[in-house]
Design a protein around this ligand. Structure first.
Ligand SMILES: Nc1nc2c(c(=O)[nH]1)N[C@H]1C(S)=C(S)[C@@H](COP(=O)(O)O)O[C@H]1N2
Ligand SMILES: [Mo]
Length: 263
């Protein structure tokens, strides 16, 4: 009995055997992970490119993942979440000028003839003067403006809240759409903004910087100030506004930058 029982018990492994076994297992795991990584990478490379035009032409599965990330942030992003504000005295006196696409490349532009064009749902255009915008309640904001290139500055802006503008000009129905597209009068620079950011209480159609009309290089006569986003979304010199349920084209997203570009 005793002997029989003993036969069933395996002899304990020697140290060498243990090491060999572990080496074997580690190597197996390493090889499996490596094969997995290569297969995954090839899968991604072979996957078809996303529909061109809107974003930087990444692979479709990557874009799906990016879109999921965006949805995640949009769910958590709530209009009660406000960008931190500062006293006016903290604002820089001469804010940096960054990016002049749609500004320096438009020799025909005449600020005194400018009107904002809004594309309405009935295909008609509405033209709104700067005086009509200045007649609406003015909202000021001093906050930390951030550019994706790495710099930031505390800046002082004033204008009409985008949500006030939509209500005043009876554009609520247009604003039911998921996105707003904005572009310069010559169409050279353009951005798309999703509904939450359009209706965010700190989002402005700005016509003043440091208490004075915005200068040409900062986007005269009207620019977008959207404190919940990086600088790239803050279109200077707004010419036309459109509404759609499809993502409007976006200049930097086409170059591969994040479409959402939220902070
Ligand atoms: N029309 C237009 N708007 C634009 C840009 C541009 O090149 N053209 N650059 C963007 C970028 S990248 C930034 S950081 C801010 C900079 O605004 P500022 O020049 O007033 O500092 O404007 C944004 N809006
Ligand atoms: Mo920027």
């Amino acid at each position: 009995m005793k002997a029989n029982h003993k036969n069933k018990i395996k002899a304990p492994l020697t140290v060498e055997q243990k090491i060999r076994r572990r080496t074997f297992i580690s190597f197996g795991v390493f090889a499996a992970l490596g094969t997995g990584a290569v297969t995954g990478w090839n899968w991604l490379l072979d996957a078809k490119e996303e529909t061109p035009g809107i974003t930087g032409g990444t692979r479709a599965p990557l874009r799906r993942a990016l879109n999921k990330t965006e949805l995640f942030f949009r769910n958590f992003f709530c209009n009660k979440h406000l960008a931190k504000t500062y006293p006016i005295a903290d604002a820089v006196k001469t804010p940096r000028v960054n990016g002049l696409i749609g500004i320096e490349d438009d020799e025909d532009f005449d600020v005194s003839n400018w009107k904002l064009t809004v594309k309405l749902r009935n295909q008609k255009d509405r033209h709104i003067s700067i005086e009509a915008l200045k007649a609406l309640p003015k909202t000021e904001i001093v906050y930390d403006f951030k550019c994706v290139e790495g710099w930031d500055e505390i800046q002082y802006w004033a204008g009409v809240k985008l949500s006030d503008f939509l209500a005043h000009f009876k554009l609520e129905e247009e604003a039911q759409k998921q996105y707003m597209g904005l572009e310069t009068p010559n169409g050279a620079y353009y951005v798309g903004l999703e509904r939450e950011s359009i209706l965010h209480p700190q989002t402005l159609l700005a016509y003043e910087m440091n208490g004075k009309p915005i200068s040409i290089e900062h986007g005269a006569p009207l620019r977008l100030i959207v404190p919940a986003k990086y600088g790239i979304k803050n279109l200077k010199r707004i010419g036309t506004i459109t509404f759609s349920d499809k993502r409007p084209k976006d200049y930097w997203a086409e170059q591969g930058y994040d479409y959402y570009s939220g902070l």
